[in-house]
Write a protein that binds this ligand. Structure first.
Ligand code: GYE
Length: 323
């Protein structure tokens, strides 16, 4: 009899143990349960993006009281829509969305609203008929970045310019703003011509391929306006392979200003790098903390940013970059 009881007890304990071990252990912060955040990330297309993901993972750690469910959409909006629907099914507390492109979010955000889950946008923006479909947004002023780059070119490069324009993925806010700055300057500068324009989707290999194509076609150019650092890295490789000196024979304008690119600014390879800061984790966390306290965060928060040339950049700044 005693033996049967003991066997039963052991069996019950084993069953309990295996049921618990199915789930990841959830450390409880002092205040209670972890806040669950579903984060739909664009992908891993650039150094900027990787820095951004790391910043989010660090900010939303279990030690800080969060469980972050990260979904990498591999640059596909359909995958982001599926991820959001999964977050809704899982009943997360908050959805954080870094949108690929601006259009096409109305339906899925209505679903999130019906489920009562606040949606916070980070990095790029969206174009929805009803802005109450998202709680707030934090990111960069991409048009301002484009204007900064174009103004620098107007001041520092010759009046007659043959421009190669490597665009980010079409329809993303980063592309729209940075292309917009260049387009506005083209309207003011009769001596500027765009000899080549194509999307390289913020990807290094595509930037390289596009510039290689130019050499195959024999297109001449003076400046490459690359809408992010990784495409600029690809362009630099293609220029070098063709026997040209980037920064001397061809000026390179870039965006993001990650540490690897800033080293190229220091040595004169990149002429201008306009900063775009990806360290949004603590910013998004501060927003969620406000919401938890019942406060209303500002609808739009722009990050302060600057730009770098070899004249203004120091080794110290490069060493302090977190991305
Ligand atoms: O510039 C680029 C990344 O949306 C600001 O996306 C972001 C851009 C960034 O892939 O490197």
């Amino acid at each position: 009899m005693k033996k049967t009881l003991l066997t039963l007890l052991i069996a019950a304990m084993l069953a309990l143990f295996s049921a618990c071990s199915d789930r990841a252990p959830e450390p409880e912060p002092s205040g209670g349960r972890l806040i669950v955040v579903g984060f739909s990330q664009v992908g891993a297309e650039s150094d900027w993006r990787i820095g951004n993901t790391d910043s989010m993972l660090e900010a939303f750690s279990a030690e800080n009281g969060y469980r972050l469910i990260l979904d990498d959409a591999q640059n596909k909006q359909e995958k982001q829509i599926t991820a959001i629907r999964n977050f809704i099914n899982q009943g997360v507390d908050y959805i954080v969305l870094a949108p690929t492109t601006e259009e096409g979010w109305d339906t899925v955000l209505q679903e999130a609203r019906a489920a009562g889950i606040p949606v916070i946008l980070v990095d790029r923006r969206i174009d929805v008929a009803d802005e109450s479909l998202f709680t707030c947004w934090v990111g960069s002023d991409f048009r301002r970045e484009g204007d900064t780059a174009a103004a620098w070119m107007e001041e520092n490069l010759p009046d007659n310019l043959r421009i190669v324009h490597l665009q980010g993925n079409i329809g993303s806010s980063a592309q729209i703003g940075r292309s917009g700055g260049l387009d506005a300057a083209l309207g003011r500068q009769p001596g500027w011509t765009v000899v080549f324009e194509a999307p390289g989707d913020f990807i290094q290999a595509k930037g390289q391929e596009l510039v290689e194509e130019l050499f195959e076609n024999g297109t001449g150019f003076d400046v490459i306006y690359s809408e992010n650092d990784n495409m600029a890295f690809g362009a630099v490789d293609a220029l070098k392979a063709a026997g040209l000196r980037p920064g001397k024979d061809v000026a390179i304008i870039s965006f993001d200003a990650g540490s690897k690119a800033l080293r190229l600014v220091l040595d004169g390879t990149i002429s201008l790098d306009v900063e775009c800061n990806p360290m949004h984790g603590p910013r998004v966390r501060a927003i969620i903390e406000q919401l938890q306290r019942g406060e209303v965060p500002p609808k739009y928060t722009y990050v302060e940013e600057t730009f770098f040339t070899s004249g203004t950049l120091t080794e110290e700044t490069v060493a302090q970059r977190g991305y």
